[in-house]
Design a protein around this ligand. Structure first.
Ligand SMILES: [Zn+2]
Length: 127
């Protein structure tokens, strides 16, 4: 079932989900850039794909993440939009807008760091 009748990707790229984040989320292809990985991780929150969020977190940082709390955050939030403010080779600055569990509009701004290990992009950390 599609969440949007026009089937645009959750990440705001204006591409269809099938040609944007879905191939990454289903493991058919790998994101070529840090921004593509960032976008696909946002789509993973929207589609509650916790394993994708963990798999794309740098092995060095993965231990700090708890699958249960990721799922709780994903489920309790109503995802509205992702806006990329700027991106470079290994950094992406973005605003993710969502309604929290009380229905309050939240705007989460983050400057995320990414690293490429053996040809795959991983999320490291964000400020
Ligand atoms: Zn996308």
């Amino acid at each position: 079932m599609s969440l949007k009748s026009d089937n645009l990707c959750h990440c705001g790229s204006q591409k269809s989900f099938e040609t944007c984040c879905e191939p990454f989320l289903s493991g058919i292809s790998l994101p070529a850039t840090a921004e593509e990985l960032m976008r696909s991780r946002y789509s993973a929150y929207v589609t509650r794909n916790v394993s994708y969020i963990l798999e794309t977190t740098s092995p060095e940082f993965r231990k700090y993440y708890n699958p249960k709390s990721i799922m709780e955050w994903a489920v309790n939030s109503t995802w509205i939009s992702l806006e990329i403010l700027s991106s470079s080779e290994n950094r992406v600055k973005f605003v993710a807008s969502y309604l929290d569990e009380n229905g309050s509009l939240m705007r989460h701004t983050e400057n995320s760091r990414f690293e490429k290990i053996a040809g795959r992009w991983y999320f490291m950390d964000g400020k």
